[in-house]
Design a protein around this ligand. Structure first.
Ligand code: C2E
Ligand code: CA
Ligand code: CA
Ligand code: CA
Length: 278
């Protein structure tokens, strides 16, 4: 038994070491990636369920690794977050998204752009000026920018966080709560006037036809949002029947493979041009 314990310890130790090494390697690669401009933003259209028009897009980051090719965010954002590199990567993403949105506008498409802001990035004291500068540099109106934050951020109800939210919304920037329903049960923060949109997590949307419980949850979220004067957007909409069901429940907007996967900027422009001709 003693030997086994020893082996276990060794195995565990080695395993941990390799995880740490892997993390360090990824962080070092991420640093290079920033320097070498290896990140790109893809855009996924957001659709008004009443008018069926594209009203905006969510910016979703990808890493085009020189050897490994396209790496999805789930594989590197956690490493960026824990190392603090998310501050620089997030600032890059915000700036690029604002720049691209301005370009859509110059081509005749008045759309909003939604940018994911990690908790670490949002808690930084310079987030207001980072947002303001990006808007100024590219000449985009604040009300065309939406920041997607998570419930976990709003749980620590500090004065500083409230001030940041107030400052941004006073500027005209919109705030939405990403992955709504998966986080915390304390909903007190919804009384804050600063939150504008609840983004219903795709885990409730994907099986909504077959699963009466999912449907009950989504119905309740939409009703609650409506009485609190909040908008709702459903993510992960893959089927026409899902869209119709959501429209029937008075969900405001949808996003998902039914309309389009996240697209590189040029393909996104092609997509909105085609829809404008429809
Ligand atoms: P998220 O913000 O919840 O984004 C939604 C994810 O669902 C995206 O995955 C999107 O591609 C995927 N998706 C959209 N429609 C459908 C659908 O109909 N069916 C299915 N099965 N999936 C759909 P993606 O692009 O891999 O992003 C994963 C996560 O990475 C995001 O989740 C977000 O948390 C994070 N992320 C992406 N870009 C950024 C960024 O610039 N900054 C930060 N901090 N996080 C980011
Ligand atoms: Ca998001
Ligand atoms: Ca989400
Ligand atoms: Ca998510």
């Amino acid at each position: 038994a003693k030997d086994m314990g020893k082996n276990c310890f060794h195995f565990f130790d080695r395993h941990m070491n390799s995880n740490v090494q892997e993390h360090m390697q990824i962080v070092s690669d991420l640093r290079k990636a920033l320097k070498n401009d290896e990140f790109v933003l893809y855009y996924q259209p957001q659709i008004d369920l009443t008018t069926s028009t594209v009203i905006g897009a969510e910016a979703l980051i990808r890493w085009i690794h020189p050897e490994k090719g396209l790496i999805p965010p789930n594989l590197f954002i956690p490493h960026a977050e824990s190392s603090g590199l998310i501050i620089d990567i997030g600032r890059w993403a915000l700036d690029r998204a604002v720049c691209d949105c301005k370009n859509w506008q110059l081509q005749g498409f008045d759309l909003t752009v939604a940018v994911n802001i990690s908790p670490k990035q949002f808690r930084r004291s310079d987030i207001q000026s980072v947002v303001q500068k990006a808007l100024e540099i590219h000449g985009l109106e604040a009300n065309q920018l939406e920041l997607e934050i998570t419930e976990s951020l709003l749980v620590d109800d500090t004065q500083e966080l409230n001030n940041t939210l107030k400052y941004l919304t006073n500027m005209g920037v919109k705030i939405s709560i990403d992955d709504f329903g998966t986080g915390y049960s304390n909903l007190g923060y919804l009384k804050k006037l600063e939150v504008g949109t609840l983004k219903i997590d795709q885990s409730f949307i994907q099986k909504i036809q077959q699963d009466p419980q999912d449907q009950a949850i989504v119905t309740a979220i939409i009703q609650m949002a409506s009485s609190l004067n909040l908008k709702t957007i459903a993510e992960g909409v893959e089927h026409e029947t899902t869209k119709n069901l959501l429209a029937g429940l008075q969900c405001d907007q949808g996003q998902g493979y039914l309309w389009a996967k996240p697209l590189p900027n040029d393909e996104f422009l092609t997509f909105i041009r085609k829809r404008a001709e429809m």
